[in-house]
Design a protein around this ligand. Structure first.
Ligand SMILES: Cc1ncc(C[n+]2csc(CCOP(=O)(O)OP(=O)(O)O)c2C)c(N)n1
Ligand SMILES: [Mg+2]
Length: 797
């Protein structure tokens, strides 16, 4: 019997003495390997006295959360083995990386995936050395860690990821550790409500475990410092059935943990049975566990006279001055030897055979769960022919259509076509209808496990459109859903998508990293539709105006991000089809929901989207030698640019104008910067050097300069876009306020074409009068001038 597992405690509970001793030994092995990763580069099994030469020069990692995580992993192993569970882990305090590396190593998954980290002395040495080492493995639970879909570096998203993984995965159990500090974040605080969307019959189970080790980096946690009854009430209020496990004596806690987990998993099984066999489709009170154990459990108790175990001081590296203080080195050795490595590993350095029995086998090992490498399970989405949803165009620009409504029809067809495989969901913060893609709801409804009233429409426990007023939850669920091998779509107001900027960052990082990990198979792309755009906030005004998510995503790696601004419905359909089929990207689609003119027939739209940008011959009269290029990107800017072309035809009838529209923003970049970048020759042919280009852009104008600064004609480029002049006003006045209106674009062109130098003064006068007339009319009538409102492209083709 190991020293720190007492016989008395072993007497009560489901574990035999022998089993308890083995489980405790396994836990000690995990703790030993965790500490070793943080500290050692040599002498992995402490077969000789520890010296400074064995210790890494830079001590990087987090000990405090790790023993608790190791404890949980151990007990999940037992449950998986005894019950044959299909279980995956999500670790909110992802800084406990050494623990997850240690556990996947002990169960053998790590060596299977990374054969050079073998199950022997040399393997352990490499395992230690690579951790937080240049070009080694990250300190956090990372894409490199087998069995993870969650990085956990940025705290707050564990529980939403867990629920996203569990949707439509009825056999899966997701064990999710929530840090008690993490629980203070906004996203995590709202995520508890995910249980109002989980269907016990058709979804899997999530077991939240609040890891109440009492501390964050330097402070106590709120949830550890409220009365236990209050904490339980909080969890009950969120709709859970809380269980508590508390203590610091390992043997006693192993027994209690085995008992409480047995009860919890019996309860999960009962809930699922009632729903699946008994047809009880009600929102159950799912169990959750409060685990109250010391931070840095089993680590040094006192360092330099100050308490460490059970305090915030255990958060990172409890003994950090090994070189300066011989006492620290001695304490480290004592600490590591307290796990008795000589009892845990055999003479070759492999985990003792009887301890290996603790872990499950094959795919049941959490490091090998296929759901955590979603690409392995990914079935292609069935995407019906988007051409069937074509908007038929008679005379170009003469009929208004709500482009996103057309997209809603395609999404509905996609939803219907994938009902059998149940691998497509649409997420939104209460804006699916508002963004006019509401057709997608028809037939399947909106996911809802809370109460319903007779007045409700379309709410259903089987709903596949998932709406909650939390962009964090939508994003997190979708990420969890995609990472476990399914497909999805997120529609959001353009301004408020910024709420999840940081989550998008983390997902982009995950995708970037996994591209370089051969065993991580490609997953479906994360698709955003941003609508309710900056230019058409007639209801809402300034608070709802911000096109900056484009700029935000543009910072990400070129091979991860794609940004599309389709100018009309047919281009939107073509872009959406492409995005839904793609893999490993973040696709951003920016498209308006307001009635707007339609420009391209379907075959033209497909050709245009395939290249990403191109000349619109039907709007140009440049005879191959333009004097000015009127470029546009985004639906409202496209309309203004075309209206400006009409005005220019009146003011300078012989001016040779070329119209270029950009759908795929990345095509503007040089090929060296982005795979979609247009070759320089093609770019120069479209935007000839020294020919002025007036560019009307949907977003912030400097972004276009950023993309094109290396292009040959950059000095001739003049960009108009949103410059933070937002308010509640008429659609056209928004353009005027930001100088992207047709009059301004017309004036810009006249000012820049050398041949028209003589007309500049008159054009300036004309511009002032036009704007004055507009301002007076808007102020008096509260709507735009009839000639603006009713403007139509005069084309006949
Ligand atoms: C969103 C976010 N804010 C701040 C941090 C910095 N940080 C890293 S760990 C930590 C404390 C976490 O405490 P807790 O969740 O209780 O984890 P544990 O005690 O298990 O280490 C903080 C604040 C972070 N990683 N993410
Ligand atoms: Mg904590």
């Amino acid at each position: 019997m190991p020293e720190n597992a007492t016989v008395e405690a072993a007497a009560q509970g489901p574990l035999s003495n022998e089993m308890l001793a083995r489980m405790d030994a396994y836990w000690r092995a995990a703790n030993y390997l965790s500490v070793g990763q943080i500290y050692l580069k040599d002498n992995p099994l402490l077969e000789r006295p520890l010296t400074l030469d064995d210790v890494k020069p830079r001590l990087l990692g987090h000990w405090g959360t790790t023993p608790g995580l190791n404890f949980l992993y151990l007990h999940w192993n037992r449950l998986i083995r005894e019950r044959g569970l299909n279980m995956m882990y999500i670790i909110g305090p992802g800084h406990g990386g050494p623990g997850l590396v240690a556990n996947t190593y002990l169960e053998g998954s790590y060596s299977e995936i990374y054969p050079y980290i073998g199950q022997d002395r040399d393997g352990i040495k490499r395992l230690f050395r690579q951790f937080s080492w240049p070009y080694g493995v990250p300190s956090h639970v990372a894409p490199e860690t087998p069995g993870s879909i969650h990085e956990g570096g940025e705290l707050g998203y564990s529980l939403v990821h867990a629920f996203g993984a569990a949707f439509d995965n009825p056999s899966l159990i997701v064990a999710c550790v929530v840090g008690d500090g993490e629980a203070e974040t906004g996203p995590l605080a709202t995520s508890w409500h995910s249980n109002k969307f989980l269907n016990p019959a058709s979804d899997g189970a999530v077991l939240p475990i609040l890891h109440l080790n009492g501390y964050k980096i330097a402070n106590p946690t709120i949830l550890a410092r409220i009365p236990h009854a209050e904490l339980e009430s909080l969890m009950r209020g969120y709709g859970y059935e809380p269980y508590t496990l508390e203590g610091h004596d390992p043997a006693a806690l192993h027994q209690q943990a085995a008992a409480v987990f047995d009860r919890i998993f019996d309860r999960i099984a009962e809930i699922q049975k009632a729903a699946r066999e008994g047809g009880v489709i009600e929102r159950p009170a799912w169990p959750m566990l409060i685990l109250r154990t010391p931070k840095g459990w089993t680590g040094p108790k006192i360092v330099d006279g100050k308490p460490v175990e059970g305090t915030w001081r255990a958060h990172q590296v409890p003994l950090s001055e090994l070189r300066e203080k011989p006492e620290h080195l001695r304490q480290l050795e004592e600490w590591m030897r307290s796990y008795k490595p000589e009892e845990l590993f055999d003479e070759k350095g492999a985990l003792r055979a009887d301890l290996q029995e603790i872990a499950p086998k094959g795919r049941l090992r959490m490091g090998m769960n296929a759901h955590a490498n979603g690409g392995l399970l990914l079935k292609p989405l069935v995407v019906p022919n988007f051409r069937d949803f074509e908007v038929k165009i008679g005379v170009r620009g003469n009929e208004d259509v709500e482009s996103t409504r057309i997209l809603g029809r395609l999404l509905h067809a996609v939803m219907q076509a994938n009902l059998d495989q149940k691998n497509f969901r649409v997420f939104g913060p209460d804006e699916t209808a508002s963004n006019r893609i509401g057709d997608v709801i028809t037939g399947t409804g909106k996911d809802w496990m809370a109460e319903t009233l007779p007045v409700d429409v379309d709410l259903s426990p089987a709903g596949r459109v998932v709406e909650v007023l939390s962009e964090h939850m939508c994003e997190g669920w979708l990420e969890g859903y995609l990472l476990t091998g399914r497909h999805g779509f997120f529609s959001c107001y353009e301004a408020f998508i910024h709420i999840i900027d940081s989550m998008a960052n983390q997902h982009a990082k995950w995708l970037k990293t996994t591209r370089e990990i051969p065993w991580r198979k490609p997953i479906a792309s994360l698709n955003y539709l941003l609508s309710s755009l900056v230019w058409r906030q007639d209801h809402n005004g300034f608070s709802h105006q911000d096109p900056g998510f484009i700029d935000h995503l543009l910072n990400k790696k070129a091979d991860v991000v794609r940004i599309y601004l389709p100018p009309d419905a047919n281009t939107l359909l073509s872009v959406a089809d492409h995005c839904l089929r793609s893999r490993n990207y973040i696709n951003l689609i920016v498209a308006g929901k307001q009635p707007a003119p339609q420009w391209l027939r379907m075959d033209e739209a497909i050709a245009h989207c395939t290249v990403g940008l191109g000349m619109w011959k039907w709007a140009s009269n440049d005879e191959g030698k333009p004097e000015v290029v009127m470029a546009c990107c985004g639906d409202v800017p496209t309309m203004e640019a075309l209206a400006a072309v009409c005005l220019l035809r009146g003011l300078a009838p012989d001016l040779r104008i070329r119209v270029v529209n950009v759908v795929d923003l990345m095509a503007l970049q040089p090929q060296s910067e982005h795979p979609h970048g247009l070759a320089d020759e093609d770019y120069d042919a479209l935007f000839p050097k020294n020919v002025p280009t007036i560019f009307a852009f949907h977003g912030y104008p400097w972004l276009i300069h950023r993309l094109t600064y290396r292009r040959h004609n950059h000095d001739s480029l003049h960009v108009r876009g949103y410059k933070e002049e937002g308010t509640t006003t008429t659609p056209f006045d928004m353009c005027v306020l930001n100088n992207i209106d047709r009059f301004q674009l017309t004036l810009d062109a006249i000012r820049r074409v050398p041949r028209l130098a003589g007309q500049v003064d008159a054009a300036g006068q004309w511009y002032s009068e036009a704007i004055q007339k507009h301002k007076l009319y808007v102020a008096e009538h509260g709507e735009d001038l009839p000639e603006v409102r009713d403007w139509r492209w005069p084309g006949k083709n």
